[in-house]
Structures are given as structure tokens and as C-alpha cells.
Design a protein around this ligand. Structure first.
Ligand code: ATP
Length: 213
């Protein structure tokens, strides 16, 4: 069965979350108080509603209670963001992901018990700075407190060596999950696989370990 997502607040963040989820084949219910925003998203998603999400009745009528995950992307109006989160909890939504615009807003959302708090600008700035510090670092997907999956270009010292010789898991607690090589995608590479210059590695590990590879 398709996963159902609700997206409340269609600013740049919410709009792009809703659009990307829909493009990825998910069923999306999108809501905003602003008619224009709803009009823009309506061709892209399953259902779109103009509503004030702080209005309990309107929220219920939207059918958002059927969503598996709801992303609350109301930023500037912190009070509205909090009211919406509480109502979603009362509707029994299991996974609520909320955007915070400042650290206090983030702490309040955490205290309320949302599954995940996103600080888009702060997080993007940190990721950009890290990617600039660690050469060859392309993408990071945080998966736990200290661990991320990284896409990276292998530094020169790794070139033309087998994974066995490099022994990254033992030395750096880094696991190579896959290698992108031209059109090929080598999943779970064997210990005999040789890393070459134009490879892109998909690795799991801590950022500070990836930085010293
Ligand atoms: P972004 O930084 O993602 O572009 P933004 O700065 O445009 O966001 P925010 O204040 O974070 O704006 O609000 C995001 C969206 O939430 C806006 O489109 C706004 O119309 C919508 N919104 C605000 N309050 C409510 C509400 N009570 N119910 C539904 N939508 C709301």
C-alpha cells in the first residue's frame, strides 16, 4: 500500500517536500492557508486543501488523520506551528516531522514529542561547510546521532587498492556499502574490489572518520 504523507504549510520548504514526495510516487495531502500556494501544488499532489490548520474541524475534514507521516512546515508563525502539532498528536498521527525556525522553537517541538525536528537553514549551512572541509564529499544522509551515509569521491590514497587492503571497517569504523562506477552500481562490494579514481563511494560512518580517510 502506498504511504500517505500530509504536508502542512507550503512555503519553499513544504512545497518542495510535497512535490518531491509526489514525484517519488507517494500519496500526498497538502494544505496551506494561502490559496495561491494550494493552487500551485494542486496539480502535483493527490489532494490539496486551502485551510487554516489551527482550525481543528478543518484539519479533521481534510482527511489528514489518514496520513502515516505529517510534515509541519509552518515557520514564522510559531504559535500556529505548535497548535497544529498538538492537534496532529490528538488525531493520532504517529510520525510528525516539524520545521523549526529558531532553537527555542526547535526545543518546544522536541518537548512536545515530535518524531523529528528539522532546522533547514542551519542544517544546510552545516552540511555545506562540512562538505567544503572534507574534500570529495558529495552528499550526507544522517541516519543516527553520530552516523551518516556519505557519498564521496575517494581520496587519492585509496586509489588502486582493494577494500581488503584498505581495511576501512577496522581502522576507521567505516563500511563501504556501494560503489558507483560509471553506469554500474556495485552494491555490497567484495573485499577484492579495487577502488579506482573516478569511483563514487557510498559509505556508512562518522563524519570525523570520513574526514581522515
Ligand atoms: P519557507 O522558509 O519554507 O519558504 P516561509 O518563510 O514562506 O517558509 P512560513 O512562515 O514558514 O513561510 O510558512 C510556510 C507556509 O505555511 C506559508 O505558505 C503559509 O501560508 C503557511 N501557513 C502559515 N500559517 C498557516 C496555518 N495556520 N494553516 C495553514 N498554513 C499556514
Amino acid at each position: 500500500m502506498k504511504k500517505v504523507f500530509g504536508v502542512i504549510g507550503l512555503g519553499r520548504f513544504g512545497f518542495n517536500v510535497a512535490k518531491t514526495l509526489a514525484e517519488g510516487g507517494a500519496e500526498v495531502i497538502a494544505c496551506d492557508i494561502d490559496e495561491e500556494k494550494v493552487k500551485q501544488i494542486s496539480e502535483l499532489v493527490h489532494q490539496a486543501f486551502i485551510l487554516d490548520a489551527t482550525d481543528e474541524k478543518a484539519l479533521k475534514e481534510s482527511g489528514i488523520a489518514n496520513a502515516d507521516t505529517v510534515i509541519v512546515s509552518i515557520g514564522e508563525n510559531i504559535e500556529a506551528s505548535i497548535l497544529v502539532v498538538v492537534q496532529l498528536m490528538e488525531l493520532g498521527i504517529k510520525e510528525i516531522i516539524a520545521k523549526a525556525v529558531n532553537p527555542l522553537h526547535g526545543r518546544i517541538l522536541e518537548r512536545l514529542g515530535v518524531s523529528r525536528v528539522i532546522h533547514p537553514e542551519r542544517d544546510m549551512a552545516i552540511r555545506l561547510a562540512h562538505s567544503l572541509l572534507v574534500g570529495g564529499f558529495i552528499e550526507e544522509i544522517p541516519i543516527a546521532e553520530n552516523y551518516s551515509i556519505f557519498e564521496m569521491k575517494p581520496p587519492q590514497r585509496l586509489h588502486n587498492k582493494t577494500l581488503k587492503e584498505l581495511d576501512l571497517r577496522r581502522k576507521y569504523d567505516v563500511t563501504v556499502l556501494a560503489i558507483k562506477r560509471g553506469d554500474k552500481f556495485i552494491v555490497n562490494p567484495s573485499a577484492e574490489e579495487v577502488i579506482v579514481q573516478d569511483d563514487i563511494l557510498v559509505v556508512l560512518g562518522r563524519r570525523e572518520k570520513i574526514g581522515v580517510l
